[in-house]
Design a protein around this ligand. Structure first.
Ligand code: ATP
Ligand code: MG
Length: 283
């Protein structure tokens, strides 16, 4: 059973991409094999690991024309499905009944031995985020310590409720306070509220740190661009905490995800047929 994680917040600029990229890198450093899926047409996660892409290949894969594009990266243990501006058209291109299940289909057809898939989402509840939510069991929510940040959490909670009928396994695994300023009183006030609202789900904080702001420009995650920095320390700690959080929880009912990333590469076509039969029939 592979773990699929979406990094979601409908609010912009809260640290989703930074979190997806740096958690992927930290898990890679821990020896895990990770597939980072850039579901945002802005392509920020792709650029953050040094890959610029137009997004056409991902779009073709979603249309069922080609396999999911998987690029190797210079980040140990991390492969990437890159995105770019062409992916913007997905919002208008795919409007049919099953349009929110296209990524789930694509992942099911992709052969690989990844331990974890982590999906970076854009700050809106359209095609891209819906597809991510329909493909994952685990949700990670980066938040900023502000009143508006708390408001964004309400939106996420209702978005999750809306997909639960089709994806009952989905659950918020961690709330990550990002860009934290521990000397500000509002930080501690918001932390108290978060702990009340989501007991046991608040991860170690990520402090505001210049090394994290600079890393994307170098096309590297912080553990490679500034190995010894607050940013690297914070994401290492958060990655260990979330790993324990996810692997310490009981396995979700495996039926829906059991065929994602079968390591058997010998019969891909049959694999997909089996996948369709066993996975979608049971929904
Ligand atoms: N802890 C941090 N310290 C300093 N800068 C940070 C930190 N986290 C993120 N940033 C910077 O803040 C900006 C927004 O972060 P990021 O792109 O990760 O947010 P996002 O939620 O993915 O945004 P969007 O909604 O546009 O996709 C980026 O320039 C990033 O480098
Ligand atoms: Mg982003």
């Amino acid at each position: 059973m592979k773990q699929v994680i979406s990094v979601v917040n409908l609010k912009g600029g809260v640290g989703k991409t930074t979190t997806a990229v740096n958690l992927a890198a930290c898990w890679g450093e821990m020896g895990k094999k990770v597939l980072l899926v850039d579901m945002d047409p802005q392509g920020g996660a792709s650029l953050s690991v040094g890959i610029m892409n137009g997004g056409n290949e991902f779009l073709d894969a979603l249309e069922g024309k080609t396999a999911l594009p998987v690029y190797s990266t210079d980040v140990p243990g991390v492969d990437l499905v890159p995105s770019g501006s062409a992916m913007e058209t997905a919002n208008t291109l795919f409007t049919g009944e099953n349009s929110s299940e296209l990524l789930f289909h694509c992942l099911g057809q992709t052969r690989g031995d990844w331990d974890l898939v982590i999906i970076d989402c854009p700050p809106s509840m359209g095609f891209h985020t819906m597809n991510a939510l329909m493909s994952c069991q685990h949700v990670i929510v980066p938040v900023e310590a502000s009143f508006l940040g708390l408001n964004g959490l309400k939106q996420i909670t209702s978005a999750l409720e809306s997909v639960k009928p089709q994806n009952p396994d989905i659950k918020i695994e961690a709330i990550i306070p990002c860009r934290a300023h521990r000397r500000r009183r509002i930080h501690w006030e918001i932390m108290d509220t978060l702990k009340e609202l989501f007991p046991g789900k608040i991860s170690p904080i990520i402090r505001e740190n210049v090394s994290l702001a600079e890393a994307p420009g170098k096309g590297k995650p912080v553990i490679m661009s500034a190995r010894i920095s607050k940013g690297a320390d914070d994401y290492r700690l958060a990655s260990m905490w979330i790993d324990e959080q996810i692997n310490g929880t009981p396995e979700p009912s495996a039926h829906r995800f059991s065929n994602i990333f079968s390591e058997d590469t010998s019969t891909p076509d049959n694999g997909f047929q089996n996948y369709q039969a066993s996975s979608f029939a049971e929904r």
